[in-house]
Design a protein around this ligand. Structure first.
Ligand SMILES: Cc1cc2nc3c(=O)[nH]c(=O)nc-3n(C[C@H](O)[C@H](O)[C@H](O)COP(=O)(O)OP(=O)(O)OC[C@H]3O[C@@H](n4cnc5c(N)ncnc54)[C@H](O)[C@@H]3O)c2cc1C
Length: 402
C-alpha cells in the first residue's frame, strides 16, 4: 500500500481525503494528514457564524473515522526532503511519502504600515483568530473597532461585531467603493446606504496610514491617508491574503509570480510526486481564493492518484461567485465581471427611488448567453441565475429576476 501525505487540513484537504477514500476501492492509498491547527477540518466559509456566537463544534466537517486515514492536528510541516521523499515536522519527525499533496491554504495579509503588529490588531482566517476577536470584543462592548477592508470578509465582520457583540464598527476601504472585485459603483452605493443605516461607518477611497498605540504597545486607533483619525482599541485586517507557499524555497519548488506553488492543469508541481491544491496552488501562475476551484483540484488529484484521471466537468462559468452573508442584505455576484467578451451587453434594473433593488446582467453580444451578474435585493434570483451563467437564457432576462 502506498502512502499519501497531505500537508494542511483545511477545506480542500478534507475534500481530497473524501474523494480518494470513496474512489479507492482497492485500498491502494493510506493517507496521513498533517494539520497545523489544533482542530480537524472545519468550514472556514462559516467562520462568521462563530463570530455571531455559533459553537465551534457546529462548523466541523465530517470526521472520516476511516482506519486508512490518520490525521495529526497541531503538527506543522517545516520542510520537504525531496531526495528521501520525507516531510520534516516542526518537532523534527520525518514522515515518508510516496505522493505529497500541499494544501496549505493562504495567510491573511497584515499591511506593511507602522503599528500593524500592536496588541489589539487581529487577522481573520482561522477559528483561533475568530475566538480571539470574540474575546476582545466581549470586553470592549460599546467601543469602536476598525475593520480594514470593505470586501466580503470585512463587511461580514463589521456586521457581526455590531449586531452580536455591541461594537461600533468603522470600515476602511482603499478602493473608491465597497466589494470592488464583486460589485459595480451603483450596487456598492446601495449596499453602503444600507450598511450606514445599520450604524456601520464607512471610509471609502482612503488608505490606512498607521495604527497608533500607547506606551504599553496597545492599539489606540488609526490614521487614514486623508488624515482622519479614529480612536479604537481593536483593529481587524481583512484586506487580502497570500498563498502559504513557504515550503517552496528550501524544497526548490517553483512559485507563481504572485505566490503559490506553481502547478500545471493537473495540479502537479515539476516534481511528479508533489501536487498542490486550493488557495496555495498557482495553476499556470493563477491563484484562486475561493473554495469551488479548490474542490475541483481535489477531485482531479484523487483521479490522478488512482490512475483514473477522469476528466472533471469544467469549473462552472459562474465562478467566481459570491454571496454576502448578512441577514437582510441580499447581495450576490457571479461570473467574472471584469473579463467579459468585447461587445457584451449590460442590462441594469432598478426599482423606484430610493432604490432598494438593483441588478446588472452581462450578456454576450447577441444577448443570448448570461456571462456575469450582480444582484442586490433579489434573494430568490441567485440560484436560478447562478445555474444559467454560460447558458442560453430560457426567457427574457428581466423575467429571470422575479
Ligand atoms: C471568513 C472567511 C469567509 C470565506 N467565505 C468564502 C465564501 O463565502 N466563499 C468561498 O468560496 N470562499 C470563502 N472563503 C475562502 C475559503 O475559505 C478558502 O478558499 C478555502 O478555505 C481554501 O481551502 P484550502 O484548503 O486551500 O485552505 P485552508 O482552508 O486555509 O486550509 C489550509 C490549512 O493548512 C494549514 N497549514 C498551512 N501550512 C501548514 C503547514 N506547513 N503544516 C501543516 N498545516 C499547514 C493551515 O493552518 C490551514 O488549516 C472564506 C474565507 C474566510 C477566512
Amino acid at each position: 500500500m502506498k502512502r499519501l501525505l497531505v500537508i494542511g487540513y483545511g477545506m480542500t484537504a478534507h475534500r481530497l481525503v473524501e474523494e480518494l477514500r470513496s474512489r479507492d476501492r482497492e485500498n491502494r492509498w493510506r493517507i496521513v494528514v498533517l494539520g497545523e491547527e489544533p482542530f480537524e477540518a472545519y468550514n472556514r466559509i462559516a467562520l462568521a457564524d462563530r463570530l455571531r456566537g455559533v459553537p465551534a463544534g457546529k462548523l466541523m466537517l465530517r470526521a472520516t473515522g476511516d482506519p486508512l486515514v490518520e490525521v495529526r492536528t497541531s503538527t506543522r510541516a517545516a520542510s520537504i526532503d525531496r531526495r528521501t521523499r520525507e516531510v520534516v515536522t516542526a518537532d523534527g519527525e520525518r514522515v515518508p511519502y510516496d505522493a505529497l499533496v500541499l494544501a496549505t491554504g493562504a495567510t491573511p495579509a497584515r499591511p506593511p504600515i507602522p503599528g500593524a503588529e500592536l496588541r489589539g490588531c487581529h487577522v481573520y482566517r482561522t477559528l483561533e483568530d475568530v475566538n480571539a476577536i470574540r474575546r476582545a470584543a466581549e470586553t470592549a462592548s460599546g467601543e469602536r473597532a476598525v475593520i480594514v477592508g470593505g470586501g466580503l470578509l470585512g463587511l461580514e465582520t463589521a456586521e457581526a461585531l455590531r449586531r452580536h457583540l455591541g461594537i461600533r464598527p468603522h470600515v476602511v476601504e482603499a478602493a473608491p467603493h465597497l466589494m470592488p472585485a464583486q460589485l459595480d459603483p451603483m450596487a456598492a452605493e446601495l449596499l453602503a446606504t444600507r450598511l450606514s443605516h445599520r450604524g456601520i461607518r464607512l471610509h471609502q477611497g482612503t488608505a490606512l496610514l498607521s495604527v497608533n498605540g500607547d506606551r504599553t504597545g496597545r492599539a489606540t486607533g488609526i490614521t487614514l491617508a486623508d488624515e482622519t483619525r479614529i480612536d479604537a482599541g481593536m483593529v481587524v485586517f481583512t484586506a487580502g491574503t497570500r498563498p502559504r507557499d513557504d515550503l517552496a524555497p528550501e524544497a526548490d519548488l517553483p512559485r507563481g509570480e504572485r505566490g503559490g506553488y506553481l502547478v500545471g492543469d493537473d495540479c502537479r508541481t515539476p516534481d511528479p510526486a508533489i501536487w498542490a491544491i486550493g488557495d496555495c496552488a498557482a495553476v499556470h501562475g493563477r491563484r484562486t481564493g475561493t473554495v469551488a476551484p479548490g474542490y475541483h483540484m481535489a477531485a482531479q488529484v484523487a483521479g490522478h492518484l488512482l490512475n483514473t484521471p477522469t476528466p472533471q466537468p469544467p469549473l462552472s462559468p459562474a465562478e467566481p461567485s459570491t454571496v454576502l452573508k448578512l441577514p437582510g442584505v441580499d447581495v450576490a455576484s457571479m461570473g467574472n465581471l471584469h473579463a467579459t467578451t468585447p461587445g457584451a451587453i449590460e442590462l441594469t434594473y432598478t426599482n423606484a427611488t430610493p432604490a432598494t433593488r438593483y441588478a446588472k446582467l452581462i450578456l454576450d453580444p447577441e444577448a443570448r448567453t448570461l456571462q456575469a451578474a450582480i444582484l442586490l435585493g433579489h434573494p430568490t434570483a441567485y440560484p436560478r441565475l447562478h445555474a444559467l451563467v454560460g447558458q442560453e437564457l430560457p426567457a427574457p432576462a428581466e423575467q429571470l429576476l422575479t
